[in-house]
Structures are given as C-alpha cells and as structure tokens.
Design a protein around this ligand. Structure first.
Ligand SMILES: N[C@@H](CCC(=O)N[C@@H](CS)C(=O)NCC(=O)O)C(=O)O
Length: 202
C-alpha cells in the first residue's frame, strides 16, 4: 500500500492510521507542482491528496473512503468503531471534520482562490478563522469525559489532530478549550503520531 501525501495535510490522518495499523506501507511525498501533472491527475482527477494505492494498481481517493477502507481491511486494529452504531458514530464525527470544518480552512490557507482583491482576502481569512471557533467548541464539548472523539480510539481522531494543528498554526482562538489541549498533548506523545510526523518532516 502506498500513501500519496503533502506534509501536514489531511493525508497525515491516513498516515497516522497506517502507523496505528502496524502493517507495511510506503509513502510518496507529492511535490506541489506534481498535483496538476497529467500523471497525478490520472491517480486523482481532483489534484489533491490523499491517494491510497494498492500493489495491484487500484487507487482510492477521498479521505473518508480511505479511512473507512483501512478500518475494514484491518479490523484487528479496532479503529472503525464497534458494530453498525459504532461505525456510524465514527463517521458522524469524520463527516463533521471533513465536510463542515475542513472546508472552512480553505479560505484561510488560500483566500486568493476565492477572491482577487487582496484587502478582501485578509477579511475573508479573518472571518473564516472566527467562524472556525464554534466548531472547535463542539469538538471540545464532545471530548468532555472522553479520551477519544467516540470514547474509543478511531480513525476520526487523527483527522481531529490534523485540523487542530492547522487551527494552532493559523491562530484560531482556542482559548479555554482544555479538552482539545489535552487531546493534542496525548496525540503528540503517541508513538504512531510521532513516527508519521517525523516521516513527513514535521
Ligand atoms: N475531498 C478531498 C479533499 C482533499 C483536500 O482538500 N486535500 C488538500 C490537502 S488537505 C490538498 O490536496 N490540497 C492541494 C491543493 O488544493 O492544491 C478529501 O477529502 O480527500
């Protein structure tokens, strides 16, 4: 299995999951200019990471699909929740992270993709940072009395870790969100997280 990644991008969540699974895998660091190349677009027409490629050439895109696939392929890792409801709970939080929270970072990282005027870009970035706070409040509340988003460790947790790193780097106001601080600290001490981050040069 080969994971195509950009350092610190949402692909880091798959990378951590691969570490937690503990089976052999390869990684390929995608250069930014490679994302738009014909070869890469054949792998992923969206020109984004992550992409997971199996040795027979089959490739999978979309983080939600990749994380579910890894959990199903390696059930002994116990990252997909217990039973139908357990999986639904994991996907509830994964969907919140992937489809509500993650897109709000796009104007923070690349406001120029949304609006040409530079002064407006700054306003857009500032507004997006402000709008992110309530999402992190919800995540903090969910972590009250829990070490992991759904109570037990799952593939949603590394995704939370990734967006939390972005929030810290970009200056989202996380003041008073102590459960998130506790979660971040625990992830930073985790051997699999450390290994994935070291391999990505973070
Ligand atoms: N819907 C895709 C979105 C993936 C995505 O946004 N990837 C970002 C990194 S976190 C990316 O590759 N960005 C490169 C770019 O937009 O130039 C998924 O969930 O896998």
């Amino acid at each position: 299995m080969k994971l195509y990644y950009l350092p610190g991008a949402c692909s880091l969540s798959d990378h951590i999951v691969l570490e937690w699974i503990g089976q052999p895998y390869e990684i390929h660091r995608v250069a930014r200019e490679e994302l738009g190349s014909p070869d890469y677009l054949r792998l992923n027409p969206s020109g984004t990471v992550p992409v997971l490629q199996e040795p027979d050439g089959w490739t999978l895109t979309e983080n939600v699909a990749i994380l579910n696939y890894l959990a199903d392929k390696f059930p002994l890792a116990g990252l997909g929740g217990e039973g139908a409801r357990g999986r639904a709970e994991v996907n509830r939080w994964l969907a919140f992270l992937n489809s509500d929270l993650h897109p709000l970072f796009k104007p923070v990282f690349r406001p120029e993709r949304f609006i040409d005027d530079e002064a407006c870009q700054e306003k857009l970035r500032a507004k997006s940072l402000q709008r992110l706070r309530p999402y992190f409040e919800r995540l903090d509340a969910q972590l009250h009395g829990r070490d992991w988003l759904t109570g037990t460790r799952s593939f949603a947790d590394p995704y939370l870790f990734v967006v939390l790193r972005w929030a810290m780097a970009k200056g989202v106001d996380l003041s008073g969100l102590d459960q998130l601080a506790r979660f971040h600290q625990r992830m930073m001490e985790d051997a699999g997280v450390k290994a994935a981050m070291q391999q990505e040069g973070l």
